[in-house]
Ligand binder design. Structure first.
Ligand SMILES: [Zn+2]
Ligand SMILES: [Zn+2]
Length: 134
């Protein structure tokens, strides 16, 4: 919540609920999964509203959007840059709890971009998928 106020963004009750639910889990849920969580509290909310609010929150750096082209987007209530592990088979995403230095570039090389962050993602096969392969 502190981050939200610092950025001076006013949050609607829907947005607040979506953010609160997302911050409760460490599973990096998809928009559909966030929808299922929020629906328990706001039964009349639509999937489209959840999608739009997640886009809003991630575009403003309040939550993190994970996953590039070709992968299902997942969301992280922790907006601070941190490395992830992603399974190439089931798409599961975990936080990497091992501290690694994230790459940085000098300001003069940033082409005028502000608030740059670096998404580091290690891709592999999770234990569950590795077990199922046998
Ligand atoms: Zn997997
Ligand atoms: Zn994470």
């Amino acid at each position: 919540m502190e981050t939200v106020q610092k950025k001076g963004v006013r949050l609607s009750r829907q947005r607040e609920t979506i953010l609160a639910e997302l911050c409760k889990v460490k599973t990096h849920p998809t928009a559909d999964e966030v929808y299922d969580m929020v629906r328990r509290i706001m039964p009349r909310i639509s999937l489209g509203t959840v999608y739009r609010n997640l886009d809003f929150l991630s575009s403003r750096g309040i939550v993190l959007r994970i996953g590039g082209a070709g992968t299902q987007k997942r969301f992280d209530g922790n907006p601070m840059p941190h490395p992830h592990l992603r399974c190439s088979i089931c798409g599961r995403v975990d936080d990497l709890e091992y501290p690694i230095a994230l790459p940085e570039i000098p300001v003069e090389q940033s082409m005028g971009y502000q608030e740059l962050r670096c998404d580091v993602e290690f891709v592999g096969i999770c234990p569950m998928c590795a077990g199922n392969k046998m």
